[in-house]
Design a protein around this ligand. Structure first.
Ligand code: GUN
Length: 290
């Protein structure tokens, strides 16, 4: 007999986080004399990015965060993008800066991450914020990994001592995810292109985070019975259907908990971005007050 997993309902938890953010934003608006501000920059017109960016701007406005939109043409050159980032670093109305990735290939994403003031780095991608997380003193934390931690907490999944496997080692999800799980006291394995036996690493994990970006990269029957499965993937399959990195239909009958795609970490990522924006506004206010 197989029992289906508990669904980790990112949409509902994200709604709760956004409610908390709206209350903090209202309180900060009183103290700052203006709304907390989030600048979202898009370069070019990648269709998936356009959807994400629109959702981020809309969610910010709904939470009482002032949204500043910058849409630059795909032909934008480095120096123009850096000039904008510098301007936003100095703009007192702006508490958070997000430059949507992927950038057109000519542009250097690492240099863009480096250029953002770490105190406004609401993506948590800057080396300073990643380094602080690595040293167990998190400040602004990468949104998707932080969303995994919050979602686990909401469902009472205790992370301390848990055997966790992260599949994918990117700077924006896999690596900060491993650091978040380590911070939470899990025993962490990270799989990457050099990993000899990904199946074995997944099969012994009590918690799996899939952040590969390939549809159904992880077959459902790799999942250890009862495991918690967090699927970060947002992919289109051959029929144009949105699917995750995990073969959901076969994983759901083995897992103890699982995130749906869509409706799992997508909404959580946006909610944690808003949370970072009020966090950045609050920290900047405290820093000014000394
Ligand atoms: N592209 C896909 N996810 C993200 C994200 O969380 N932040 C940014 N800036 N770009 C992304």
């Amino acid at each position: 007999m197989s029992a289906a997993a508990i669904l980790l309902d990112g949409k509902t938890v994200a709604g709760k986080v956004r409610g908390e953010v709206a209350a903090r934003a209202a309180e900060l608006t009183g103290r700052l004399g203006r709304q907390p501000g989030l600048a979202v920059v898009q370069v070019g017109e990648d269709p998936a990015s356009s959807i994400y960016v629109r959702n981020k701007r809309k969610a910010a406005a709904e939470a009482g965060i002032a949204s500043f939109a910058y849409d630059l043409p795909a032909v934008t050159i480095d120096s123009d993008l850096f000039a904008l980032v510098e301007r936003l670093n100095r703009d007192e109305r702006v508490d958070g800066i997000l430059v949507q990735f992927p950038l057109p290939k000519r542009l250097d994403a690492t240099r863009v991450m480096d250029a953002i003031d770490p105190s406004k780095d609401v993506d948590g991608f800057h080396a300073v914020n990643t380094g602080l997380l690595a040293q167990k003193r998190p400040a602004l934390r990468a949104c998707t990994p932080h969303g995994v931690i919050r979602l686990a907490a909401e469902y009472g999944i205790a992370l301390r001592g848990l055997r966790a496997t992260v599949v994918g080692a990117s700077n924006i999800v896999g690596r900060p995810m491993a650091l978040e799980l380590l911070l939470a006291g899990a025993t962490v394995t990270v799989c990457h292109t050099g990993t000899r036996d990904v199946e074995a690493e997944v099969a012994r994990a009590e918690l799996v985070v899939a952040a590969v970006g390939k549809p159904h990269f992880i077959p459902g029957d790799w999942i250890r019975p009862g495991a918690a499965v967090f699927d970060v993937g947002i992919n289109r399959d051959a029929n144009g259907r949105m699917v995750g990195d995990v073969e959901y239909d076969r994983a759901v009958v083995r897992a103890g908990w699982i995130t749906p795609v869509p409706g799992g970490l997508g909404p959580m990522t946006i909610a944690m971005l808003l949370s970072n924006t009020v966090e950045a506004a609050s920290r900047r206010l405290e820093a000014r007050r000394g």
